[in-house]
Design a protein around this ligand. Structure first.
Ligand code: ZN
Ligand code: ZN
Length: 273
């Protein structure tokens, strides 16, 4: 019976079916707990990604993550097509001052990362959230120094959208971070929900042009309690960043309420054409 219970617990931790195609995964290959100890070479996100998703995805579905590589815009993190240049401001960040100082992403929104994010948002949220959450944690360690922030705050959803979906995917991404940080013996800023509220239920940003995205999201956030925000620094967590319009709107209300600094981290970065 103990054996049976043990195997059920292991199946919960390490499902025996691929979360993308449902093919059987040989569990013996993959049973090590990605939440327990840090992977060595922790700055190589391609390597980390593969290690973190291996217990959840079969070998046919495992395809390499496409990393965001230089040259990028040092502010919004947009990746440029050409590879020869050095990092430089993108046209959006030249034209307008951003309310955030730095936004980074774990990988490019394509291939397997895109499929997993889709799973996270529209289907098996818990299983997909685990490997993505750990991957995002490593991205956080790579791009940010934990001491920089007072709070980590997931991007809020409008109450109607949250009710319809049943959860906030950005919150699911950081929900396990406290535990992961403890296992890794790392201190992280406090994770705070409900700092910002999405007051306007806006149509989806996907499929809209850069200008329409900006208009669509304008004035859709509000700070719940300015006293909690004044003088503090924030790291906003989002699943996918495209033009940065959403995080900029979020950063705008935080800055208006007196925030000292706002930066952002997402799982994936869309390529803006
Ligand atoms: Zn598969
Ligand atoms: Zn930029």
């Amino acid at each position: 019976m103990i054996k049976q219970f043990g195997s059920a617990a292991l199946n919960f931790l390490f499902p025996s079916k691929c979360i993308l195609c449902s093919a059987f995964i040989n569990p013996e290959n993959n049973r090590y707990d990605i939440f327990k100890k840090p992977v060595s070479d922790s700055k190589n996100l391609v390597n980390i990604f593969e290690k973190t998703i291996k217990p959840y995805v079969c070998k046919d579905c495992i395809k390499e993550l496409k990393p965001v590589r230089s040259p990028i815009c040092p502010v919004c993190g947009e990746m440029f097509q050409g590879m020869a240049d050095e990092d430089h401001l993108c046209k959006r960040c030249i034209k307008t001052d951003r309310n955030f100082t730095k936004a980074r992403a774990g990988g490019i929104y394509t291939g397997i990362l895109k499929s997993l994010i889709h799973k996270l948002k529209y289907a098996e949220k818990i299983t997909a959230a685990k490997p993505l959450s750990v991957f995002l944690f490593y991205s956080y360690l790579k791009f940010f120094n934990g001491k920089e922030f007072d709070y980590i705050t997931p991007l809020p959803l409008h109450i109607k959208k949250a009710k319809k979906r049943g959860f906030n995917q950005s919150y699911f991404l950081v929900k396990y971070w406290g535990k992961t940080a403890k296992n890794f013996k790392i201190k992280i800023p406090q994770i705070r929900l409900n700092i910002i509220k999405k007051q306007k239920n806006t149509p989806q940003q996907a499929g809209l042009s850069a200008n329409k995205r900006k208009k669509n999201i304008k004035n859709s956030f509000t700070v719940k309690n300015a006293k909690e925000v004044c003088g503090k620094s924030f790291l906003i967590i989002d699943d996918v960043v495209t033009t940065g319009a959403t995080i900029d709107e979020c950063a705008k209300v935080l800055k208006k309420a007196g925030a000292r600094k706002v930066e952002a981290l997402s799982l994936a970065r869309s390529i803006v054409l």
